[in-house]
Ligand binder design. Structure first.
Ligand SMILES: NC(=O)c1ccc[n+]([C@@H]2O[C@H](COP(=O)([O-])OP(=O)(O)OC[C@H]3O[C@@H](n4cnc5c(N)ncnc54)[C@H](O)[C@@H]3O)[C@@H](O)[C@H]2O)c1
Ligand SMILES: [Zn+2]
Length: 369
């Protein structure tokens, strides 16, 4: 399979995303010759993929050192950064050095912020290994860490110099993580491109069997859509909000059930079904289209309702609407405590910043939780 390239157009911060199966970094990183860098990965991905990556970078003439941090969201923390800075200093890294994030979105966010702040910013390379990282977190330049008070509260916008997505590494990702990433892929179809939504519908079997040529098209189109949205709104003043389709309720579910109960994409899948139902009530989406959305998510083995999912065991079967509603009001994206939704007028066409009535929010939850 030939490599595919998607350009992210951000003026002097523009960069390419290269997508392929079995990427050879020695051809894609020749400019690293003679430079020092850290490859930072997590304890799941490191043993599987770090050796090959370091060898390829060394073949370019780079002098690399590998750092392995514990897998899991708890590592995306300020506390981990001093250790990474020390390793960079020990490795003799200066302003011409680079950091590579080899892992999922957790590693991408942590390493991006570390690269953004080491010596006021050195080159940052994304080597995403989860589907979510390939189609979402490695594109767009948001980096950061969590605080005990909440997720992603400290960070910066910092663009990578390149994103190299090797589809072969997805073979070692768990099926559940893979399908969770598919929720964001379906989201791109809903918010931006009905043809892409059709394409996903027509290729569910190939997706389930992870057929490489179909995966390549999914990742490429998802990156194109995210890149397009980000190029129009790099710092999240407007259009970028559409990327939050399904996230208003999805984030609240992640929080009330305790982080870790749901994978992000699973909670977003439930949130997208909810947003679709709201869209039938308060925007132009037809019943048929809302049904297509939830049917597609089901065929991808994603949950469409909170209580009936087999994937997770919930500590509480029922949560009162008022509790979810309160969590939604506290969301960064709500204004004056009123949650804002992205609503669809059709598959492929959405608007953002929408308010819906209290009754509509609650009734919709009552029929689809
Ligand atoms: N910056 C952004 O724009 C943005 C967007 C969305 C999400 N995020 C962040 O991304 C993170 C979630 O990303 P994620 O879902 O990739 O989580 P993750 O990085 O924690 O990866 C999920 C799990 O899969 C493992 N893994 C990853 N790739 C693997 C592979 N190829 N083989 C085997 N195991 C593999 C990881 O070790 C981990 O256990 C969150 O921190 C979220 O806040 C950031
Ligand atoms: Zn998301």
């Amino acid at each position: 399979m030939e490599n595919n390239t998607v350009s992210v157009d951000l003026g002097e911060r523009s960069y390419d995303i290269v997508i392929g199966a079995g990427l050879d970094l020695s051809a894609l990183c020749a400019d690293l010759n003679g430079r020092r860098g850290l490859v930072i990965t997590d304890s799941h991905v490191g043993p599987l993929h770090a050796d090959r990556i370091c060898k390829q970078l060394e073949a370019c003439g780079a002098v690399v050192s590998l750092v392995d941090v514990p897998a899991g969201e708890a590592t995306k923390s300020l506390d981990v950064m001093p250790g990474l800075f020390s390793r960079a200093i020990q490795h003799g890294m200066d302003r011409s050095s680079f950091m590579c994030a080899l892992g999922g979105g957790m590693i991408g966010d942590l390493v991006g912020f570390t690269a953004a702040t080491y010596l006021r910013g050195i080159e940052f390379i994304q080597l995403p290994t989860s589907l979510l990282a390939m189609v979402d977190s490695s594109v767009g330049g948001k980096t950061g860490v969590n605080l005990p008070e909440g997720k992603n509260l400290v960070g910066s916008f910092y663009q990578p110099s390149r994103v190299l997505a090797d589809l072969n590494v997805l073979k070692t990702l768990s099926k559940r993580e893979f399908l969770s990433g598919m929720a964001e892929v379906v989201k791109y179809g809903i918010i931006y491109d009905s043809d892409f939504f059709d394409f996903i519908e027509q290729h569910v079997d190939d997706i389930q069997s992870m057929a490489p040529d179909v995966l390549a098209q999914l990742v490429k189109r998802s990156c194109e859509i995210k890149a397009d949205v980000v190029a129009k709104d790099e710092r999240e003043g407007g259009l970028r909000a559409i990327l939050n389709y399904g996230h208003t309720l999805g984030h609240a579910i992640e929080q009330v059930d305790g982080y870790g109960a749901w994978l992000h994409g699973e909670a977003i899948s439930i949130g997208m079904v909810y947003a679709s139902r709201l869209s039938v009530q308060s925007a132009g989406l037809s019943e048929d289209e809302a049904e297509r959305i939830s049917a597609l998510l089901k065929r991808l083995d994603l949950p469409t309702r909170r209580v009936t999912s087999a994937a997770v065991s919930l500590e509480r079967q029922d949560i009162p609407w008022s509790e979810l509603r309160d969590v939604m009001s506290a969301d960064k994206k709500s204004k004056a405590s009123i949650p804002r939704f992205v609503l669809a007028d059709a598959i492929g066409k959405v608007r953002f910043g929408c308010e819906v009535t209290e009754a509509c929010m609650e009734e919709t939850w009552n029929v689809c939780h």
